[in-house]
Design a protein around this ligand. Structure first.
Ligand code: NAD
Length: 254
């Protein structure tokens, strides 16, 4: 990761943020790495280190292979997200909300750290679902994750739905699964209403989330990207900040 400190550019973006009334933040795994949760495709990313892990993120594999489910559940149980605390990046977005500038917080993250930081759940749109709930792929029954983790700790490897016996999974969107229409529509509407779209900690390669960036730009929003790596939308942005998120976001909203 190569970070560049550009105080002048930071000052410029800070002025834009200060003048904005409807900021839409679009966050990705990069905002949570400083909380100890690895991203997927960054230098220390889960898939960068173990490309095979990407396979288990396809819903067809999960449905087909009990061994994949066993591995996914063990990884879920061991996730650093259960004990992770929000960091300065999450808190900066809470501050933006307190200032009355945050129109929506669209996240690709499943870790729930925005809400834990204090972001109003009504403003948070979790495009890829949440790992804090479990859902039956058969009957659709949904509930908190903790009781399922308890069953894993007690020795179950692939805990079935207690209501119908179907296959349980975290309430997250895997590859091959559709996003929730209502969530995507809300996010698209928010992007079109934004005066500033702040894309933070995302490679902007996962569709349809990444399409929110050109959508906002086409509707007239200024785009600011904060990410260590280049993204396909850097050319569209008014500014690209290649800086550590937890360090630079507080400077943008302070
Ligand atoms: P990604 O892994 O594709 O990209 C993350 C980007 O953030 C990388 O470019 C990385 O270099 C950058 N980054 C990491 N830490 C940073 C820091 N401190 N400062 C600046 N930049 C930093 O992530 P994505 O675009 O969100 O797509 C991955 C998918 O994986 C998403 O769908 C997301 O749902 C899921 N995911 C979620 C979590 C989580 O909930 N915390 C973790 C891993 C993956």
């Amino acid at each position: 990761m190569e970070f560049v400190d550009d105080p002048e550019l930071v000052g410029q973006v800070r002025a834009w943020v200060g003048a904005a009334n409807r900021v839409v933040a679009l966050t990705g795994a990069g905002i949570s790495t400083e909380s100890g949760i690895p991203d997927f495709r960054g230098p220390q990313g889960v898939w960068t280190r173990n490309p095979k892990a990407e396979r288990s993120s396809h819903i067809s594999e999960y449905l087909r292979d009990p061994e994949v489910r066993r591995q996914v559940w063990q990884a879920r149980l061991a996730s650093p997200a259960w004990t992770a605390e929000p960091n300065a990046g999450h808190l900066a977005l809470v501050e933006l909300e307190r200032q009355g500038r945050l129109h929506a917080l669209v996240t690709q993250n499943i870790d729930g750290l925005h809400q834990r930081a204090g972001s109003d759940p009504a403003l948070v749109i979790e495009l890829h679902g949440t790992m804090r709930e479990a859902m039956c792929l058969g009957c659709g029954d949904r509930g908190p994750m903790e009781p399922v983790l308890e069953r894993l700790r007690a020795g179950e490897h692939d805990p079935p739905c207690l209501r119908c016996g179907g296959i349980l999974k975290s309430a997250t969107i895997s590859f091959g699964q559709s996003l929730v229409d209502a969530d995507l529509e809300r996010a698209q509407r928010a992007a079109q209403e934004a005066d500033l779209l702040l894309a933070v900690g995302s490679m902007l390669t996962v569709s349809p989330a990444c399409h929110l960036v050109p959508l906002a730009a086409a509707a007239g929003a200024r785009v600011v990207i904060v990410n260590a790596d280049p993204t396909p939308y850097d050319d569209l942005a008014g500014a690209v900040l290649r800086a550590p998120i937890g360090e630079v976001l507080p400077r943008l909203v302070g």
